[in-house]
Design a binder for this molecule. Sequence first.
Ligand SMILES: NC(=O)c1ccc[n+]([C@@H]2O[C@H](COP(=O)([O-])OP(=O)(O)OC[C@H]3O[C@@H](n4cnc5c(N)ncnc54)[C@H](OP(=O)(O)O)[C@@H]3O)[C@@H](O)[C@H]2O)c1
Length: 327
Amino acid sequence: MNVLLTGANGFVGSHILDRLLLAGMTPRLLLRRTSDTSLIDHLLPQVEVHYGSLERPDSLRVPVRGADCIIHCAGKTKSTHTQELLRANQQGTMHLVEAGNEEAARLQHFIHISSLSVSGPGTVDQPVSEDSPPNPLSRYGKSKMLAESEVIKRCRTNWTILRPGPVYGPGDKDMYMTFKPLKRGFLPLLGGGRMRIALVYAPDVADAVMACLGRAEVFKKIYHVAAPEPVETGQLLRLAARLLEVQPREVKIPTAALYPVCLFLEAIARLTGRQLALNLDKLRELRAPGWVCATSKLARDIGFEADTPLERGLAETFEWYHRKEWL
Ligand SMILES: NC(=O)c1ccc[n+]([C@@H]2O[C@H](COP(=O)([O-])OP(=O)(O)OC[C@H]3O[C@@H](n4cnc5c(N)ncnc54)[C@H](OP(=O)(O)O)[C@@H]3O)[C@@H](O)[C@H]2O)c1
């Protein structure tokens, strides 16, 4: 099977690439000339690289030609500019879908990596379902919702939309920022640390993609991909501290106190053009009552569960951070 993978040099995409290679495939990648390939440099000799951008439709024709399946993982996850999010996520997806439509005679499956931020928040009592109307809180979530609409509206081949919850694992830089303070001796409990989130380990997302590849049961459907047991943020950080063998001081941070911090970071990002893990858009998501979602649909349709235990996933993640001397 010829697979085109976008976003392969990014955090989630690098795990999907790992799995494709493990399955004995020779995927082709869409990279940009400017892409940082440090996560996948060791794998590049085993793949076919095409340079292009989702924002340049003409650069997508060659990589798409001859593909049986497209796994679309590229996306902009943070920006202080709405237009930038829309250009990469909505318009970029539209361009890729249109390029795929030109090859519809051969293309069998278009797998789109979306996000739980499209479904919106949920709680233990009321987990959000992938079949409820989308309820994104952030500009990022809205841009991913519009990207999904492009797939649903335009894609002439069979498609599947996967909405992972917040992803952690080797290679991740965003959640790393919440683990880093533990090493500095404090454990930040945002909003008391009671928010529950449906995390997912990056290799589980990659396994979900592999499980869906070419399966008729998942055609034209939307699925959450997250661990069935949501975790409280405080619980997560306490477990992380135990694994890191540190005893940090717990510091309660009211969510309201984050506003000036995010405002400041947003200004820095606008001035420098460097996008940071926290900004006013991310704050909209941090203020939600929880990010708990239903996860049984994928299990029901193809028997897949994102079942890596949190403790094991975190231990593997920290081992990677240590190896890279990040922690
Ligand atoms: N991380 C999470 O917690 C999470 C949760 C749910 C869903 N997701 C989704 O998973 C996907 C990957 O996220 P990630 O966390 O791996 O982010 P990431 O590390 O920032 O990777 C993003 C990837 O998208 C590529 N990309 C962005 N704009 C592009 C464009 N215009 N043309 C071509 N490639 C472009 C980037 O390439 P460059 O290196 O060239 O910029 C990079 O390969 C995204 O679609 C995101 O919405 C992530």
